[in-house]
Design a protein around this ligand. Structure first.
Ligand SMILES: Cc1cc2nc3c(=O)[nH]c(=O)nc-3n(C[C@H](O)[C@H](O)[C@H](O)COP(=O)(O)OP(=O)(O)OC[C@H]3O[C@@H](n4cnc5c(N)ncnc54)[C@H](O)[C@@H]3O)c2cc1C
Length: 248
């Protein structure tokens, strides 16, 4: 059973239609960068809730969640109507495997591949100091349909300026041409070999580790392509190269 702590929305940002980030004030929630927590809203017959990745780092006082409104969904339209000052419940335990302690010691290149709001856990990881101390190269492949949907792009561009050789941000915008972004899906770029060229980092079974977050379609396709290159799914029992978190 989920136990809850009370929270309150203290900031809300609308990136574009149906795409938001909120900040929540609540008691300290212990979690690791890259994890998710259940977020709930009280309705007549109890608390309706869904899991959301935490965008903030564990030492930041406010929890941050980045989400899109799924029009036919039950929870996200309700979350969309909540505003600054609205009460919100937060599960007292966070979970998830997209954490640095899950990456085998030998890996020196870390890839983050996100579609849409799947960028959330990677932002939390990118804002920790540990990640920059541990990896020689960090590559972010981030795909959205339109440029307006590419939330947090300024933050990622700022990291590119701060870490010009250690970091590679590769934006993909699939449904329109946008300056500075690749007009294609990153699965297509991986299949053609271009992704490794853009990243300036060939995939390697000894040194590469990938975290994939977002839609099942992207994750399944990427996993198949990566397995063809000799990489394998990672689990606690069986260390591998590919850690995943499917949102839907
Ligand atoms: C571990 C985990 C972490 C997650 N973190 C996030 C997050 O950080 N941000 C976020 O926006 N969502 C996240 N999700 C998805 C989120 O929990 C909800 O499923 C989503 O917000 C839709 O909820 P809903 O009740 O409105 O729709 P539901 O009633 O649950 O689903 C309605 C339909 O929408 C589909 N769907 C679910 N999510 C999406 C989506 N994002 N885009 C399009 N279709 C979708 C479902 O497959 C289903 O067919 C996460 C899911 C998991 C499992």
């Amino acid at each position: 059973m989920i136990t809850w702590q009370a929270g309150k929305i203290v900031e809300k940002k609308e990136w574009c239609e149906d795409l938001y980030s909120i900040k929540i004030e609540t008691e300290t929630l212990p979690f690791k960068a890259g994890q998710f927590a259940n977020i709930g809203i009280e309705i007549d017959d109890g608390i309706i809730n869904r899991p959301y990745s935490l965008v903030n780092t564990p030492d930041e006082p406010l929890l941050e969640v980045h989400f899109n409104t799924v029009k036919e969904g039950r929870f996200s339209p309700l979350l969309t109507t909540q505003d600054i000052g609205s009460p919100i419940s937060v599960a007292t335990r966070a979970g998830g495997m997209l954490t640095l302690d899950q990456v085998p010691e030998s890996r020196t290149e870390l890839w983050f591949c996100a579609t849409g709001t799947g960028i959330g856990p990677f932002l939390s990881l990118l804002h920790t100091t540990a990640i920059w101390q541990r990896f020689d190269k960090i590559i972010v492949c981030y795909a959205t349909k339109t440029a307006a949907e590419m939330a947090y792009r300024d933050e990622l561009n700022a990291l590119q300026l701060k870490y010009p050789t250690q970091f590679q941000f590769i934006p993909f915008i699939t449904r329109e041409v946008s300056e500075g972004a690749i007009h294609s899906r990153f699965t297509t770029a991986l299949a053609s070999g271009e992704l490794e060229t853009f990243a300036n980092a060939p995939l390697n079974v000894n040194s590469s580790h990938l975290m994939l977050c977002g839609s099942s379609a992207m994750i399944d396709e990427m996993t198949t392509l990566l397995e063809q290159k000799g990489l394998s799914r990672h689990s606690r029992q069986q260390p591998g190269h590919i850690a995943i978190e499917k949102y839907f």
